[in-house]
Design a protein around this ligand. Sequence first.
Ligand SMILES: [Zn+2]
Length: 96
Amino acid sequence: MDSDLTRELTLDGNAMGGLLFEIFGVEMTAAAGSCQGCGAVEAVGALLVHDRGPGTVARCPHCASVLLRVVRRTDALLVDLRGLRWLEVPFSPAAE
Ligand SMILES: [Zn+2]
């Protein structure tokens, strides 16, 4: 997890901001989520993101558990949130 190569391929959660905006329709990088593995609460922007595989994976910065995965198909995004206890989804100003 701490090799130079791994560090080079790891982005912070802000790199996932555009993708999460596509899914939730609101800015998500400041939104909090809780890790199913260790219970830590972090902003999406603080997660460790890997996007060089077939999909995008975000891991907990504390215990490295996979928190969310997104795979893009031609007709849909497949979203796996099972690594999260909960995820805050803020209301966009237009929805209030
Ligand atoms: Zn964790």
